[in-house]
Design a protein around this ligand. Structure first.
Ligand SMILES: *[C@@H]1O[C@H](CO)[C@@H](O)[C@H](O)[C@H]1NC(C)=O
Ligand SMILES: *[C@@H]1O[C@H](CO)[C@@H](O)[C@H](O)[C@H]1NC(C)=O
Ligand SMILES: *[C@@H]1O[C@H](CO)[C@@H](O)[C@H](O)[C@H]1NC(C)=O
Length: 271
C-alpha cells in the first residue's frame, strides 16, 4: 500500500526514573513486498552503535541481557522496548533495526529516541475536597506521570475505603497512573492528614498529604463543649424559664426549655 514506507514512530525523547524502567513505544513500517516476510529479527542500538537489545536474547550483550526487553510483537510492526534498572549510563539516543529474511535489512536511524534519566519522581497530583460535612462521601485522587507501564507505580492510602487504580497512556512515552479513594467521613477524620503514598518500580517512594476538615452536621456535637451561664439576682418574678441556642456555620439549634423554680428564703424577723 502507498502508506507503507521505511519509517518508525517513536517519541523524540522520554524521561525515565533512575533505578526504575522506561518503555519506549515504537512501531515501524516498510514498503510491503509482494511476498510477506515470515521471519523478523529486531535490534536496538545505542549511540555507540552497541547492541542493547536483540530479539534473540542470547545475542544481547551480557550487561544488557537482564535489563532490556523487546515488548512489541515484531510481526505486528511493533518494536516497543523496555529498559529496566535505569542507570545514568543509559542516557543517550537509541534506534531500531529490522532484519526481514529474504527481503530487507533496515536501520531506522532517522527516527532516534533520546532517553534521559531523572533522579526523582515527578510530583504527585493530589486532589481532595478539603472541607466536607460529617457523613459525606470523600473522594480523593492521587495521580502521577511515569514512563514504566510494565510495572506501574503502586498507591497506598492512610485511610481505609474503596480504592480504584488505573493507568492511561498519554503521548510521548508518558503514562498517567491514578488512584481514587472514596470513603464516608466522620468526625474522627477531622484535622487528620489524608496521605497518599506512591511507590515506583525500583523502590522510590513519594508521600503527599492533605488535612481534612470535617464540619459537624448536628449541632449536638458542639454541646460536648460545656457552656455555663450564671445568673445573679434572680427573683421569683424576673424570669420563669430559659433555653440556650448553639450556632455554627451549618445552622442553629435550641435546647429544651428549663423551668426555673425560684425558691424564696424568708427571714423571720424577731418581734
Ligand atoms: C506494542 O506493544 C506494546 C507492548 O506489548 C503494547 O503496549 C502496545 O500497545 C503495542 N502498540 C501497538 C501500536 O499495538
Ligand atoms: C490522570 O488521569 C486522571 C483520570 O483521567 C485525571 O483526572 C488526572 O488529572 C490525570 N493526571 C495528570 C497528572 O494528568
Ligand atoms: C470513623 O471512620 C473510621 C474509618 O472509616 C472508623 O474506623 C471509625 O470507627 C469511625 N468512627 C465513628 C465514630 O464512626
Amino acid at each position: 500500500s502507498k502508506s507503507s514506507s521505511w519509517t518508525a514512530a517513536v517519541p523524540s525523547s522520554v524521561k525515565g526514573l533512575l533505578g526504575s524502567c522506561v518503555v519506549i513505544p515504537c512501531s515501524y513500517n516498510y514498503p510491503e513486498p509482494q511476498k510477506s516476510p515470515q521471519t523478523f529479527t529486531g535490534i536496538w542500538y545505542n549511540n555507540d552503535n552497541q547492541v542493547i537489545c536483540h530479539s534473540d536474547a542470547s545475542q544481547t550483550p551480557a550487561q544488557f541481557q537482564s535489563r532490556t526487553k523487546l515488548l512489541g510483537d515484531l510481526n505486528k510492526k511493533n518494536c516497543s522496548l523496555m529498559i529496566d534498572k535505569l542507570t545514568r549510563r543509559d542516557e543517550g539516543t537509541f534506534h531500531f533495526r529490522i532484519i526481514m529474511e529474504a527481503y530487507a535489512v533496515f536501520s531506522y536511524s532517522k527516527n532516534k529516541i533520546s532517553v534521559s534519566v531523572i533522579d526523582e519522581p515527578n510530583p504527585t497530583d493530589f486532589s481532595v475536597q478539603e472541607e466536607v460535612k460529617e457523613g459525606q462521601t470523600v473522594s480523593a485522587s492521587c495521580s502521577v506521570f511515569h514512563s514504566c507501564p510494565t510495572y506501574s507505580p503502586s498507591f497506598h492510602w492512610s485511610h481505609s475505603g474503596e480504592q480504584h487504580d488505573q493507568t492511561q497512556k498519554l503521548q510521548n512515552g508518558q503514562w498517567n497512573a491514578t488512584s481514587t479513594l472514596t470513603f464516608r467521613s466522620n468526625r474522627s477524620d477531622h484535622n487528620k492528614p489524608l496521605q497518599c503514598s506512591v511507590t515506583y518500580h525500583g523502590g522510590k517512594q513519594r508521600v503527599t498529604s492533605k488535612t481534612l476538615k470535617v464540619k459537624c452536621n448536628e449541632i449536638g456535637t458542639l454541646l460536648n463543649k460545656r457552656q455555663t451561664y450564671t445568673m445573679s439576682n434572680v427573683s421569683r418574678h424576673s424570669i420563669e424559664s430559659m433555653y440556650c441556642t448553639a450556632v455554627n456555620e451549618e445552622g442553629r439549634i435550641r435546647s429544651s426549655t428549663v423551668k426555673l423554680n425560684v425558691l424564696c428564703e424568708y427571714k423571720m424577723e424577731e418581734i
